[in-house]
Design a protein around this ligand. Structure first.
Ligand code: GLN
Length: 456
């Protein structure tokens, strides 16, 4: 992995920080020694993990992709990172992202643009573009990302890897830099459903440091990967699958639509009962999401004042110190979100925007609940297109936001969703991957992993 990383990183630029190879090798050698002495090693011993740079790591920089945190080294590990290390995993580095997770192409990083390993002239998706590209280019085994409105699932789709957004509350957010706290979750990338499920299992479960983490017991997510059920001819006999009509109706590239229809047919061959499901509130997800996410972010980002963390502008006067630190530290997309959010929350507009968006969120949550009472899983594309060219949407924020249509509803409803490769469209040298999104009932990651494993 280290030599592969060295060879591919100059073109792909997945990482903002890479551990020194000697240090990584030393950790691996320690594990080898333990094994040769017949000492106990953790179940993830020696697994090379990359971590999105908005997730805190004690011994490495954590910038959130923002100049305002340049040089910041947290004094602690995020709970998810700590759990991985405790199980023997080795963190190989910190991956690039849109600043604080705000974006869909990783072009809004304060530091660098990451390329899609399938075609270097294209974006890897975002905001967890670095984590998706790192797994896709086999620079690491698995990686952590975060998903507020699709930031694990859309880059997984663009980079042809598996991405899992857990149920809100399944994984501790302690040590994840807050973007929109009611939507944020840490998620997983892997090159197979099994790897991704094993990673999820390792980081799941209650954490006293995050009051929103769920007390629910984490079921055994792993043994199904070795069970022989997939050897039966129709291993998913009777499973009810709802294809969300609104996601294949309009505004989806024909190549993507064809791939999703092919995936649906494959599920039928495996024994699933396929039907179309209509969610009339689906298109309201996008405006509601951008109001709520911006509102929460405008509040969350007030902590970056140049005093408590990271970069400080030089000024003798307190107010201008705040202003200059924020003016220099934040990039244009972050400023846009803060302005939108502050506007939506201001006294005169609160009822018209924020409150209304909350009401829409309730409608969306109920409609998904009803659809999942009738169906085991729901399916849709993970994104309306395959990876687009670097620069294509960078200066058109609305076009960029519109690309999140397939994913944001799932965060508003707090549900788990798995994205996995299901076909290709033309483009690049070898075609561009298309991802299928499977949405499950709250805390039913187990079913998604089972179906995904059999499907792939
Ligand atoms: N693209 C969406 C946004 O910019 C989602 C980002 C995310 O999930 N972090 O808000």
């Amino acid at each position: 992995y280290l030599s592969r990383l060295k060879q591919t990183e100059p073109q792909i630029k997945s990482f903002l920080h890479v551990s020194e190879p000697e240090k990584v090798l030393k950790q691996a050698q320690e594990i080898d020694k333990k094994i040769s002495r017949n000492e106990e090693v953790g179940p993830l011993a020696g697994t090379l993990v990359a971590v999105k740079d908005n997730i805190c790591t004690a011994d490495m920089p954590s910038t959130g992709g923002s100049h305002i945190l340049e040089g910041y080294r947290p004094p602690f590990d995020a709970t998810a990172v700590k759990r991985l290390k405790d199980l023997g995993a080795i963190v190989v580095g910190k991956t690039n992202l849109d600043e604080f997770g705000m974006g869909s192409s990783t072009e809004a990083s304060g530091f660098q643009v990451t390329s899609n390993p399938w075609d270097l002239s294209r974006v890897p998706g975002g905001s967890s573009g670095g984590s998706a590209a790192a797994v896709s280019a086999r620079q690491c085994v698995v990686s952590l990302g975060s998903d507020t409105g699709g930031s694990v699932r859309q880059p997984a789709s663009f980079c042809g890897v598996v991405g899992l957004k857990p149920t809100y509350g399944r994984v501790s957010r302690f040590g994840l830099m807050a973007y929109a706290s009611s939507l944020d979750v840490i998620g997983c990338f892997g090159s197979s459903v099994a790897d991704t499920g094993i990673l999820l299992h390792a980081i799941s479960g209650q954490d006293a440091r995050d009051a929103t983490s769920s007390k629910r017991e984490v079921p055994d997510l792993i043994s199904q990967f070795i069970s022989p059920s997939s050897l039966k001819s129709r291993p998913l006999e009777g499973l009810k699958v709802g294809l969300i009509r609104e996601t294949v109706d309009v505004g989806v590239d024909t190549g993507v639509k064809t791939a999703i229809q092919g995936a649906a047919a494959h599920l039928e061959e495996l024994g699933c009962i396929l039907r179309e499901v209509s969610l009339p509130s689906f298109s309201l997800g996008l405006p509601a999401y951008y109001i709520l996410a911006s509102s929460e972010s405008s509040s969350n980002l007030s902590r970056y004042d140049g005093v408590r963390y990271g970069n400080q502008a030089s000024s003798d006067e307190l107010n201008s110190l705040y202003e200059d630190s924020r003016a220099k530290g934040f990039g244009p997309e972050v400023k846009r979100r803060i302005l939108m959010g502050t506007y939506a929350l201001s006294a005169g507009y609160y009822d018209a925007y924020y409150k209304r968006a909350q009401q829409v969120r309730t409608i969306i949550r109920k409609s998904f609940k009803a659809a999942l009472d009738e169906n085991d899983i729901l399916i849709s594309p993970a994104a309306p297109s395959a990876a687009y060219r670097i620069g294509e949407k960078k200066n058109d924020p609305l076009a960029m936001y519109a690309g999140d249509i397939m994913t944001v509803n799932v965060n508003l409803a707090g549900l788990p969703a798995l994205v996995l490769p299901c076909g290709f469209v033309e483009g690049g040298a070898a075609g561009l991957p298309v991802g299928l999104q499977m949405i499950g009932a709250a805390f039913d990651e187990e079913k998604l992993l089972k179906v995904g494993h059999i499907f792939e």
